[in-house]
Design a protein around this ligand. Structure first.
Ligand code: SF4
Length: 122
């Protein structure tokens, strides 16, 4: 193994701490769980998985070359309608859309809090 790279397992949403081993060509060839990385905030104790991985996580490195793996980012056209319509975009495009959605949810949260305060205090 030429190098181990720390990451969060991307297979499901549990968020297990993982290291992917790269060979001399920089290709992922192995995966292992991480019990924590000393001095790294949020990773120091790896409470989510404490060094263990499920069967999917153990083979995380194989995802990079799996047959049928999606190679293009294809978000839905709309969040609330047209669930089966997708379009191609870039990483920057996805990041920008996530920021927009996060901003809208923050605005909605502020509105709900204001309405709740108005209902209680009149
Ligand atoms: S190791 Fe398994 S449980 Fe943990 S994030 Fe990966 S797929 Fe999910």
């Amino acid at each position: 193994m030429a190098e181990w790279k720390y990451a969060a397992c991307g297979y499901c949403s549990t968020g297990c701490s993982i290291e992917v081993g790269l060979n001399a060509d920089g290709k992922p060839v192995a995966s292992r769980g991480v019990a924590g990385v000393a001095g790294v905030a949020g990773v120091a104790d790896a409470e989510v998985n404490r060094g263990k991985l499920c069967l999917k996580g153990i083979f995380e490195h194989e995802l990079f070359t799996s047959v049928g793996r999606g190679l293009i980012l294809m978000p839905r056209n709309h969040l609330w309608r047209h669930w089966n319509c997708y379009r191609q975009t870039s990483q920057d495009g996805v990041t920008q859309e996530c920021q927009t959605v996060a901003f809208l949810f923050c605005q909605l949260q502020v509105f709900v809090h204001q309405q709740a305060a108005h209902a209680v205090h009149g």
